[in-house]
Design a protein around this ligand. Structure first.
Ligand SMILES: [Mg+2]
Length: 399
């Protein structure tokens, strides 16, 4: 199926000059006035000044508290003295079991999942960190296992599959390394899709010309105009934090991040102050807290939920009662996607969590190992029921 340029949010061919209107991005995506932001013939954006006093001092605005709690301690494990078995804290497990009554394990409720999918086409959306890869102290070492890669590859053989991550698109592509997927990086602000999607055989056609990953692609980047601003912020942060031992600044194209996991805790207020001072000059950027990282990103009404909707639209698969989107993710940013699916009554979210959490998902999985088990089960189910599933009428296939 060709991607249609007439969609409400069409996929844009890359590159799009930043001094031209961005097709398909409604002005409502930019809640702040463009007044004061001008584009020169180059990529420079003049920065509107924020009124003084709009950002509080770091010691009084909760930043430091958020920094301290940005990596909650992992679930306490008690080693059984009589065997090598690891026994989870009983209280936590009791709460988890109660929670699972409300958000059943997608493995235990697999029959329920497949009965919903029986006459429908599954579209799979997967977060990366904490979903396909374990959460580790060093984000550069959050590798997915070969077994998980193989499970995702098998899933993509049968269902259109997208990775939607907070990481930059290039970074997550390198970590996953599968060409047959869609990739949405920077919390969905940087989406790479194939040129065409052939629904008949689940084939993603990347065309004849290529990008650096070896294929022709379409990019959708609703925050594209912020790229020069983020570059500038990145340079400023590199400069302002260069004297702080262990601080690491990264440019993720749509987000500049300052990692402080290797910074002595007594210097965290200095890190916070650097970012705080910078934000005073950029009213169209905001701070978010990640795991031992401060992230500076555009104020834009775009999230993983909108990315999911955009991808479904682009594939011609949205609003169809014969399509079942499934989104698997583990953190707060994934809730936007769970919500889109729940409120649109189109498929469901699966929350990956070893502890009870409030969520908009319908099902749960405890950890990436269970995600892999679920994905493999889905592939096995599809292989066993292929003939039956193939009989589903493609009533909306493009002519
Ligand atoms: Mg995650």
């Amino acid at each position: 199926m060709d991607l249609k340029s007439s969609h409400a949010s069409p996929v844009l061919a890359d590159p799009t000059p930043v001094n031209k209107p961005r097709l398909g991005v409604h002005s409502s995506l930019l809640p702040y006035s463009q007044t004061g932001t001008t584009f020169s013939s180059g990529l420079y954006i003049s920065i509107p000044r924020k009124k003084p006093g709009m950002v509080d001092d770091v010691s009084s605005n909760g930043w430091l508290d958020a920094m301290l709690s940005s990596s909650p301690p992992r679930k306490k494990l008690i080693k059984d003295m009589n065997s090598d078995a690891v026994v989870a804290d009983e209280t936590v497990d009791h709460a988890y079991i109660s929670w699972m009554l409300k958000f059943p394990s997608a493995i235990n409720a697999f029959d329920q999942v497949t009965s919903a999918a029986k006459t429908k086409k599954i579209v799979m959306f997967l977060d990366y960190d904490g979903t396909l890869s374990p959460i580790v102290d060093d984000p550069d070492r959050a590798f997915m296992s070969d077994a998980m890669r193989s499970a995702v590859k098998s899933v993509a053989k049968y269902f259109p599959t997208a990775i939607i991550s907070g990481r930059s698109r290039d970074q997550v592509y390198k970590l996953v390394g599968l060409t047959e997927l869609y990739y949405a990086g920077s919390h969905g602000m940087d989406i790479m899709g194939p040129v065409r999607y052939d629904e008949a055989d689940n084939h993603l056609d990347y065309g004849s010309s290529s990008d650096k990953q070896g294929k022709e692609v379409k990019l959708f980047q609703p925050a594209r105009e912020f790229i020069p601003m983020i570059n500038e912020v990145f340079r400023t942060l590199v400069e302002s934090t260069k004297g702080i031992k262990g601080a690491k600044v990264e440019n993720h194209k749509f987000c500049a991040s300052v990692h402080y996991r290797n910074v002595d805790e007594k210097n965290w207020p200095i890190i916070a102050q650097c970012v705080h001072d910078l934000l005073k000059d950029y009213p169209r950027l905001r701070l978010t807290h990640g795991r031992k990282v401060l992230e500076v990103r555009p104020v834009i009404d775009w999230d993983k939920g909108k990315a999911v909707q955009h991808l479904l639209d682009s594939l011609g698969l949205s609003g169809r009662d014969d399509v079942l989107p499934i989104y698997i993710g583990d953190d707060r940013t994934d809730e936007d996607a769970f919500k889109v699916l729940r409120e649109g009554n189109q498929g469901f979210g699966i929350l990956v969590s070893p502890v009870p959490k409030e969520t908009q998902a319908f099902y749960s999985l405890r950890d990436p190992a269970e995600v892999m088990e679920f994905l493999n089960s889905l592939v096995n189910w599809k292989e066993l029921n292929g003939a039956e599933a193939a009989a589903v009428p493609d009533r909306k296939r493009a002519s």
